[in-house]
Ligand binder design. Structure first.
Ligand SMILES: Nc1ncnc2c1ncn2[C@@H]1O[C@H](COP(=O)(O)OP(=O)(O)O)[C@@H](O)[C@H]1O
Ligand SMILES: [Mg+2]
Length: 496
């Protein structure tokens, strides 16, 4: 391999057909005159586009087709010309360089074109040189060279992660692997599970329980997940009224008066709230507006006056000291109930974290645009992250996540996109260059993803995600699956 040219952060390398280099591979350019090595990543490859070659290819084909039997080439000129035709230009992005063994993620140095040696470096070798020794490593896939690929949980801790890609590409699968590894290592994980698929983490494929099953808490809002009004507190209740139930100012003010009144008397319950609204001295329209909201709260079935039924986060943290996955099944809930659950959960978690009653927690949110209100996006990545909620967003609609969130993401796991608009958006918003993302992600098969960000030491890597030994669940239902083909049976019948 030889360097051909350099422009900005891009280097073009010439490779022989025998030199096996694939898209996504890393190359190390060693210049004997300097004690430095440049790290570049191949993001695309092309033929040598010279008109001479084109002329020759055309001429060759014409001659071959007109005189098919003549094959006399004692000097093997043909082989040589085929080799020339198959020479490739590797388009590479400069990712940084090693100076005295230390990785610097930028490079302002130009290696010698004549004397530099270019060699292939595996991701494993590269990462061990960059990261040194890391602990809490979890294997999440294999690299293109079939070597195990691991990331350190330290690089997920305190971070904002995004998993995105088209439908059925394997996003939820990766997310479940991350959840299971976090829980295995003692972390506290809360999941907004929109397809009711995460509780399968606690089961082997044959349905028996695995070592994690004791740490999985499956909660169904309205059934085994209900709060008492007193526990959820004044602030959260007001937030639900204001943000989810769109309560107008005047009505909200009356509501707050009632809540304060009941709180001062020490009897803030669902029942008392209903009764007080009925007898409260106020405008009839306001009363009606209050009652509508009250009934919405009732029908969400998320609140209860019974102390035994009332859920408390602190109890779960207390009980599962060495980690848990709290799966909040939002699947069969109406949209408004979903949003009440999310509002209540996020508000309460913030309260608890703020007052140091619970330790930092990981939050996994699938298709968050379905239940997260506008202002929460920023809140989750600034204020809530500061308190100790570390979010991972999972979505197949990349435009549903505000662009600003991508910029602040620490890790992005990018699966395949075919839609060019989606690809365009993601490539512009992610922290690596557009060309790499577009070229590598467009051709990704399912179950493969590009890991970008801290976990990958800012050296993007293509991986195939590992299989799991837990139940997948959440598979898309199909109408025709398991049906015998109609035409076949009819023709069979006709044959007899
Ligand atoms: N790396 C993998 N190994 C084995 N099966 C996988 C892998 N990734 C995904 N799958 C399977 O493919 C199907 C679709 O994956 P899923 O994660 O649900 O897709 P998405 O969430 O992107 O729509 C599921 O049945 C899942 O079990
Ligand atoms: Mg999914």
């Amino acid at each position: 391999m030889k360097i051909v040219s350099k422009k900005d952060d891009e280097i073009i390398v010439l490779a022989l057909p025998s030199e096996e280099v694939k898209k996504g591979d890393y190359l190390l350019i060693e210049d004997p005159n300097f004690k430095k090595e440049m790290v570049v990543q191949v993001y695309d490859e092309t033929y040598i586009d010279s008109s001479n070659f084109l002329d020759e290819i055309v001429r060759d084909e014409v001659i071959k087709s007109s005189t098919p039997s003549i094959e006399n080439d004692p000097l093997e000129i043909g082989t040589l010309s085929y080799m020339l035709m198959d020479l490739r230009f590797l388009k590479c992005k400069i990712r940084g360089c090693f100076e005295d063994g230390v990785f610097v993620p930028s490079s302002n140095w130009l290696p010698s074109r004549a004397s530099s040696k270019i060699k292939h470096i595996t991701v494993g070798e590269l990462y061990s040189k960059v990261f040194g020794k890391m602990d809490l490593n979890i294997v999440i896939g294999v690299t293109l060279d079939n070597q195990p690929y691991s990331i350190s949980l330290h690089n997920l801790d305190g971070q904002l992660n995004i998993i995105t890609g088209r439908k059925e590409s394997g996003k939820s699968h990766l997310s479940k692997i991350l959840v299971s590894k976090l829980v295995e290592n003692g972390a506290y994980v809360i999941i907004f599970d929109i397809n009711n698929e995460y509780s399968g983490i606690g089961k082997r494929r044959d349905g028996s329980e695995n070592e994690l099953s004791k740490k999985i808490v499956t909660l169904k809002p309205g059934e085994n997940f209900k709060f008492s009004i007193k526990y959820i507190g004044r602030r959260t209740l007001i937030n639900i009224l204001e943000n989810v139930l769109d309560t107008p100012g005047v009505t909200l003010r009356e509501f707050i008066r009632i809540i304060d009144d009941l709180e001062s008397k020490g009897c803030l319950t669902l029942k008392a709230l209903g009764e007080t609204i009925q007898t409260w001295k106020c405008n009839e329209f306001v009363r009606d507006a209050m009652l509508t909201r009250y009934y919405s709260i009732l029908s969400s079935k998320l609140f209860t006056d019974s102390i035994e039924d009332s859920f408390r986060f602190e109890d779960v943290f207390e009980h599962f000291k060495d980690g848990f996955a709290m799966v909040l099944q939002l699947g069969n809930r109406p949209p408004i109930a979903r949003r009440i659950v999310v509002e209540a959960v996020l508000n309460k978690l913030c309260d608890l974290l703020e007052s140091n009653k619970i330790p930092p927690t990981f939050l996994f949110a699938e298709e968050a645009h379905l239940y997260l209100r506008e202002t929460y996006w920023d809140d989750l990545i600034t204020r809530m992250r500061h308190y100790g909620i570390f979010t991972t967003f999972i979505t197949n609609q990349p435009d549903a996540i505000p662009v600003g969130i991508y910029r602040q993401a620490d890790n992005i796991f990018l699966f395949n996109f075919i839609n060019s608009n989606d690809l365009e958006l993601v490539s512009k918003a992610s922290m690596v260059d557009t060309e790499t993302v577009k070229s590598l992600v467009r051709t990704l098969p399912p179950r493969h993803c590009l890991v970008i960000g801290k976990a990958a030491a800012n050296l993007p890597c293509l991986i195939k995600v590992v299989q799991s030994n837990f139940q997948a669940l959440g598979e898309t239902k199909r109408f025709f699956r398991g049906r015998v083909q109609f035409v076949e049976t009819v023709s069979n019948r006709l044959a007899y």
